[in-house]
Design a protein around this ligand. Sequence first.
Ligand SMILES: [Zn+2]
Ligand SMILES: [Zn+2]
Length: 138
Amino acid sequence: MPESEFLGGCLCGTVRYRIVGEPRRFYHCHCRRCRKATGTGHATNVFLQPARLEWLSGEASVRAYKVPEAARFTNTFCSECGGRLPRQNGDAVGVPAGSLDTEPSLAPQARIWVGSGTRWSCHGDALPVFEEQMIQAT
Ligand SMILES: [Zn+2]
Ligand SMILES: [Zn+2]
């Protein structure tokens, strides 16, 4: 997947961002943390690497909450509206797909952590399902 540009922002529009990077993974994650962070049955995230995240506006309103016992799980959001936002992690960027205004160039690849998901969360498609993390073929 070639490097491309992605634009997005939060619910209230205070925070706007631009990401330039290579989209590599696109998952629906049904884990408990994603459910709590989004208030929905699963989070839908795109991971780009290498990638660079740039705040176009509202950087002062960007907040991050790291789950204390988690190795990496951090919920990044707008302090005005609570809309979830991307996060730079080394040379990678994780993006809550719903915050994007640019249509991602790849489609969702899998449902992960379904083993800790709920019965009511949507499963009605042909994507491969993983009880926990996706086992990478490469
Ligand atoms: Zn906002
Ligand atoms: Zn998750």
